[in-house]
Design a protein around this ligand. Structure first.
Ligand SMILES: [Fe+2]
Length: 446
């Protein structure tokens, strides 16, 4: 069998858990940035190259602490799961006493700050893992017993209510569970929505009136496991593809379903309702997913598309906003669920290596690029507003970058309104950060 590309190059795991202080900076870090720039990804401690799937590596979180124009520290730590406990001889991780949990405490897909806690999160059955400010694993949490199953890697914060909205799924269910987590960090509401199979539901959207469900044809297929692979989801376009609109305070029977062409969406950019009450959904649309490569996402195209849905019915109007291959869409999250103008994505190369960043002006249909050469490979762009009342692109775009020449990583801070220019600051990290998934700016809470 061929080499597993998801274990080579900058997909390869790092072994050291480092702590570095007072990092070298080129340029100037904006003094308003006080907090941590967190990111997480898989960092498998003992992978089998034959069966290893990129999505299933043990989590490792990386963090950069900024304050007063200085890069005070960088740390990287495993998110301690049962396999890490065994490999490193650590004490077991404190966990709720439940017998319905899956995956041995692995959390590798996103890292957020909510209700004063730093949480490493993942989908498909594992609980969130609470981390300390310095990124040490504290405990697994089910939010004081209020979380019925696992969470999702992509809860979305409603900027008006401060609540998190998430689509939870499990390989054991033929349902998608809508979960709302309150500002207090406890689950306020759940709705179980039946679906015909067991789809992989990576993300969701909210609009003013709806929670948006994605029931797409990457579904549980036990034959993949029987064939010796570790990740049980596969492309089955005959399943169909549809978008569900669940009224945010409604019940499962209130969902209206709207068919789209078969595709897969890991990540929406945003959704909102237009002045005619139609639902507008901007998504990175993969033409297929896990059709041929059972070890990671490497097949098909990934374009930025817009779906226009009339809640009263009729065909979904699908259009293409940008046919460049791209992923990791983000926006100014003060506008989550609302009409917006600017979004940010990462360019994808031919071999799933990442490229430069792109800023989309969806109002004017234009875009600007930030590239620092083919050897500088950008991860997910994260927008941080300059102040609470700043305009939509008045702020910074931050990203981790891998430099192929030095085999190390940096964090780059761009001014969002001068996107193609040299970075305001480049912070030099002591080691490379492997390609992974998601991150967020976690401001210090005073
Ligand atoms: Fe994701």
């Amino acid at each position: 069998m061929s080499e597993n590309q998801f274990l080579s190059g900058n997909f390869a795991p790092v072994t050291d858990e480092l702590t570095s202080f007072d990092l070298d900076v080129t340029g100037e870090i904006p003094k308003q940035l006080e907090g941590r720039f967190l990111r997480i990804g898989p960092n498998p401690i003992a992978p089998n190259p034959q069966s290893h799937h990129w999505f299933l590596g043990n989590g490792m979180v990386h963090g950069l602490r900024l304050r007063d124009g200085k890069a005070l520290w960088y740390r990287n730590r495993y998110v301690v799961d049962d396999q890490i406990v065994e490999a490193k001889g650590l004490p077991p991780v404190e966990s709720p006493d439940r017998d319905d949990l899956m995956g041995g405490g692995m959390a590798n897909t996103n890292v957020i700050q909510h209700a004063g806690k730093t949480l490493a999160i993942v989908e498909a059955g594992n609980l969130p893992v609470e981390l300390s400010y310095e990124l040490e694993t504290i405990r697994r949490t089910d939010f004081d017993g209020t979380l019925p199953a696992g969470l999702s890697a992509h809860p979305h914060l409603d900027p008006d209510s401060g609540e998190l909205h998430a689509a939870v799924y499990s390989p054991m269910w033929q349902a998608i569970q809508y979960v709302v987590v309150g500002k207090d960090g406890r689950v306020r509401k759940t709705v179980d929505v039946p679906v015909p199979g067991s789809p992989m539901v990576h993300d969701c959207m909210i609009t003013k009136n709806y929670f948006i469900l994605l029931d797409l044809p990457v579904i549980l297929d036990p034959e993949v496991i029987e064939a010796g692979f570790s990740f049980p989801y596969k492309w089955h376009p005959d399943y169909g593809a549809r978008v569900g609109l669940l009224p945010r305070e409604g019940a499962a029977e209130d969902v209206t379903w709207h068919e789209v062409e078969p595709c897969y969406v890991f990540h929406p950019m945003n959704g909102f309702e237009d002045s005619d009450g139609r639902v507008v959904l901007d998504v990175v649309r993969h033409s297929q997913m896990f059709a041929s490569d059972m070890r990671g996402p490497s097949d098909g195209t990934s374009t930025l598309d817009r779906w226009l849905i009339d809640p009263k019915g009729g065909p979904v109007k699908e259009s293409r906003l940008d046919d460049m291959s791209q992923e990791f869409p983000r926006l100014d999250e003060r506008l989550t669920g609302k009409p917006y103008r600017f979004g940010y994505t990462t360019g994808l190369g031919e071999d799933v290596s990442l490229g430069g960043l792109k800023k989309h002006d969806l109002q004017n249909g234009t875009a600007s690029l930030h590239s620092e050469g083919d050897h500088r490979v950008f991860f997910e762009p994260v927008f941080v507003a300059e102040s609470v009342d700043a305009g939509e692109d008045e702020g910074w775009v931050m990203a981790y970058v891998y430099d192929k020449r030095t085999d190390k990583s940096d964090v780059v801070i761009l001014h969002a309104q001068d996107f193609s220019a040299q970075p305001l600051a480049t912070i030099h990290l002591p080691q490379r950060v492997p390609f992974g998934f998601h991150g967020n700016w976690a401001p210090d809470e005073g």
